[in-house]
Design a protein around this ligand. Structure first.
Ligand code: PPY
Length: 497
């Protein structure tokens, strides 16, 4: 349970959590400070003052939000949970309708591909959760720009047996993909990221743990099987001591690669997410801005992003090398010049990504960037890909094994998959996630046969025609993802004067 009052913040869940420090509860002594500290603004504090705010708080606050951000002198001691007012949870008509839609989901057997999960998720997820997961930047152009390469399969090769396993940063993976980091996993299911951990173990894939997880880092690591490989995605904190602690703790817990996100010095403008708060709150409040002119009344993303350091730059990378021996990978590289710089700094690789279209709109797709990076790093440094010393990864827009295989053919070691897994477990729980990975396995098996490639090593550049990739003129059929995802301000009502 998490309660807020005008002068106290007290997460009861900590009482049962062995990973947390022993002082167990956190009380702000100063109401003014509490109101100013809340990234969601004062309204949310006042709304839940003295009440059980667990449901609102848990999914959108990483569990260490208070321990990390609140100075120790503000932690005043344990809470007696019995003294806290219980809140009557009112089930709205809207929530009842959502529960009815959940009950009416098609059986999992009828889910044939990852798009299907998305279609169900849209109907059964809580509105705020759907808005956060599905939103993308600005006009959501980049969000649908990932499909401009075509296969050139070979025939008459013996593909009786096909093997789509590979290695990523030297670690075995049953498929050339990994579960990439996505924030706030509990918005979709109360078990959040731990569903991904368990499914990763079962299917032999690697999970990248997000900085902004809903579960704590230790919970996620503890949920792994012995020997299970996990990576860690890092948002760099303005307070480098916090970052250092996180990184060194991750290394101590056996994390095998540090993916430093470099494409989010500021949050992209995700209007669907923003509209959530916009609609939920008093219209007179919505345009209120914080001290730096930032609108603090907006959606989930904005509430969690203020700690990220926009000052992060190339000079910081030496410091990372000094504080950790984990392989360093930059996540969010978008042109060959930066990939080359990362190579010259002896990093272990780069993720070519537009952050799922959630940051800079009109940023190019990962696969388009991949083509230019492979070409230029060959020209400038004589590199060929895939390359063990400097690995290329791609993420964004992956819904099919064919998306993965195109990237692999063009030189990627592996591809990150994010939203589809969130949609799978948000709509069907752990079984949904299990099914999603099974679907991908089945797709790899079939598509390797159809490509004429018995193993991943046989998936070569000649198997893809990427000649249109930079033209941005590729005809795509009606874009279901876009048509169903983009939401204009269609329900706008004018205020009464
Ligand atoms: C995302 O929502 O895309 C995230 O990765 C989390 C996040 C949150 C705030 C700023 C940047 C990224």
């Amino acid at each position: 349970m998490f309660t807020m009052s005008q002068n106290s913040w007290m997460p009861r869940s900590v009482l049962n959590d062995p990973c947390r420090p022993s002082w167990q509860a956190f009380v702000l002594s100063d109401a003014e400070l509490a109101l100013n500290l809340s990234p969601g603004g004062s309204k949310i504090i006042l709304k839940y003052a003295g009440k059980d705010a667990t449901q609102e708080y848990d999914p959108i606050h990483p569990p260490d939000a208070i321990t990390t951000n609140l100075p120790p002198e503000k932690h005043l001691g344990p809470v007696a949970p019995d003294t806290v007012e219980k809140v009557q949870i009112v089930i709205t008509d809207e929530e009842k309708a959502r529960q009815a839609r959940i009950a009416a989901r098609p059986p999992l057997d009828e889910i044939l591909n990852l798009h299907d999960f998305e279609a169900i998720a849209r109907q059964v997820m809580a509105e705020k959760a759907w808005a956060y997961y599905s939103s993308a930047a600005d006009d959501e152009i980049t969000n649908r720009e990932n499909h401009a390469a075509y296969h050139r399969p070979r025939i008459l090769r013996d593909v009786t047996k096909v093997d789509w396993s590979t290695t990523i940063l030297g670690h075995k993976s049953s498929m050339p993909l990994y579960i990439t980091a996505t924030a706030l996993g509990k918005l979709g299911h109360p078990d959040g990221e731990m569903i991904l951990t368990r499914a990763a173990a079962k299917h032999g894939v690697i999970q990248m743990i997000p900085t902004l997880a809903s579960c704590s880092f230790d919970e996620i690591v503890d949920a792994a099987q012995p020997g299970q490989v996990q990576f860690f995605q890092l948002y760099v904190n303005k307070d480098r001591n916090i970052t250092k602690r996180l990184v060194q703790h991750a290394e101590k817990r056996g994390i095998k690669g540090l993916f430093i996100t470099v494409d989010a010095p500021q949050l992209g403008r995700r209007e669907k997410d923003m509209r959530m708060k916009f609609e939920a709150e008093d219209p007179s409040e919505v345009s209120k801005t914080g001290s730096k002119g930032v609108d603090r009344s907006q959606g989930a993303a904005r509430a969690i992003s203020s700690f990220i350091d926009p000052g992060l730059n190339w000079n910081d990378l030496k410091w990372f090398k000094d504080i950790t021996a984990m392989p360093l990978i930059l996540k969010g590289v978008q042109c060959w010049e930066d990939a080359l710089e990362a190579y010259d700094l002896n990093l272990a690789g780069v993720v070519l990504s537009n952050h799922g279209g959630r940051q800079l709109d009109f940023a190019r797709s990962g696969i388009e960037i991949l083509v230019e990076v492979v070409e230029k790093l060959k020209e400038k440094r004589g590199l060929t890909f895939p390359n063990e010393q400097f690995q290329l990864f791609v993420d964004g827009g992956v819904r099919r094994a064919t998306d993965v295989l195109k990237a692999v053919a063009l030189g990627a070691t592996a591809v990150g998959v994010g939203r589809p897994f969130l949609y799978a477990y948000s709509s069907y729980g752990p079984e949904g996630m299990d099914k999603a990975l099974q679907i991908l396995h089945d797709e790899f098996e079939m598509n390797l046969r159809l490509l004429g490639a018995p193993t991943i090593r046989d998936v070569v550049p000649e198997m893809v025609d990427a000649s249109n990739i930079h033209s941005h003129l590729v005809a795509v059929p009606g874009d279901r993802l876009y048509d169903s995802n983009y939401e204009s301000m269609q329900h706008a009502t004018l205020r009464e004067l």
